[in-house]
Write a protein that binds this ligand. Structure first.
Ligand SMILES: Nc1ncnc2c1ncn2[C@@H]1O[C@H](COP(=O)(O)OP(=O)(O)OP(=O)(O)O)[C@@H](O)[C@H]1O
Length: 314
């Protein structure tokens, strides 16, 4: 292993027809890091992942993945990357073991039986090894897909929304596995729409309209949004009307109800304080200054992002 970054790309660009879906994308991912990849539907995450692992040829930009040139050494990259696509792409009418054995044959791996046994143990699939993949729950299917991805001991794992539709317990276990793999030296780039998953990454990148809007640790991305947030709780009936009252005030950019609490945010702290001032004396309301959440930060970044011409309105 070297200290060179696992991924280092500059100006990555991809066009489909006259639509630019990834536009001048820069990213550095250090070895052994778990890097989250977030952004609204259609923002270009999958397209970027495919360019990084050599499945799609960029129309512009350059860079390396695992020290190999993404434009000229795609084949070398593919062999050393594990890519888990959004769709379950294993055979439902084969057992867990048969699926893994099939993948081991595709990679022409030595000592196939031993390799498959190790993967079964590693992902705690051994007890179910004879079960047909088609009969597994969503969480177990994703675990099998992960086992298949790591069978050839890749240096980089690219996971495209690996836990979409999976229940919270199975998602947590899946993320525990990702952390174990990273501790063993694997680098992971993982796209997700779940905020709790973003918070389990070492660093995150947020993409909208194919452009990188923010990158850094969760704390850095929240700070970069420049948001100030207040929480206010009170009687349910008042909270409903208060949300409308606040949304109409200059200085208030977002009002989001969470049960009987509102999260009220704005990018100018002083203007926000002025906007909420008339309501702070209401005896039934409890106000507190709060840390903006990652979700608040993303929605704000998205709202502020310049909309490229031709993009659907939001
Ligand atoms: N092969 C293709 N041909 C034409 N357009 C495409 C192709 N692949 C993707 N696109 C378009 O590129 C844009 C970005 O798609 P992409 O799948 O990369 O986004 P995403 O961020 O991964 O979205 P999601 O979160 O929904 O998975 C979308 O508008 C999509 O329709």
């Amino acid at each position: 292993m070297t200290d060179a970054p696992a991924i280092s790309v500059r100006g990555l660009t991809k066009r489909f027809g006259d639509k630019t879906v990834v536009d001048g994308f820069d990213l550095d991912v250090a070895r052994g890091q778990i890097h989250g990849f977030l952004g609204p539907n259609g923002s270009g995450k999958t397209t970027t992942i495919r360019m990084l692992c050599g499945l799609l040829v960029p129309d512009g930009g350059s860079g390396t993945c695992l020290g190999r040139d993404i434009l000229t050494e795609a084949w070398e990259i593919k062999r050393r990357v594990g890519y888990m696509t959004q769709r379950f792409s294993l055979y439902e009418d084969l057992t867990i073991r048969e699926n893994l054995d099939f993948v081991a044959r595709l990679y022409d791996l030595d000592r196939r039986r031993e390799t498959v046994d190790r993967a079964l143990d590693r992902l705690r699939l051994a007890k179910r090894s004879g079960q047909l993949a088609g009969t597994l729950s969503g969480g177990w299917k994703q675990r099998l897909a992960l086992a298949a991805c790591v069978l050839h001991e890749p240096e980089l794992l690219l996971l495209d929304e690996p836990t979409a539709g999976v229940d919270p317990k199975a998602r947590r276990e899946f993320w525990d596995e990702i952390h174990t793999l990273a501790e063993g030296g694997m680098t992971v780039l993982v796209s997700t729409h779940y905020m709790d998953e973003a918070e389990r990454c070492h660093r995150i990148a947020y993409l909208a309209y194919g452009r990188l809007l923010a990158v850094g640790t969760v704390a850095e991305v929240i700070a970069h949004s420049g948001l100030s947030t207040w929480h206010v709780s009170g009687p349910e009936r008042r909270i409903g009307t208060l949300a409308r009252d606040l949304a109409a005030r200059p200085g208030v950019e977002m009002v989001a109800p969470f049960g009987a609490t509102l999260h009220v945010s704005g990018s100018q702290a002083a203007a926000l304080a002025e906007a909420i001032a008339p309501f702070r004396a209401e005896p039934d309301l409890a106000w507190s200054a709060a840390k903006p959440s990652l979700e608040d930060a993303f929605i704000h970044l998205m709202a502020e992002a310049p909309v490229p011409s031709g993009a659907p309105s939001r």
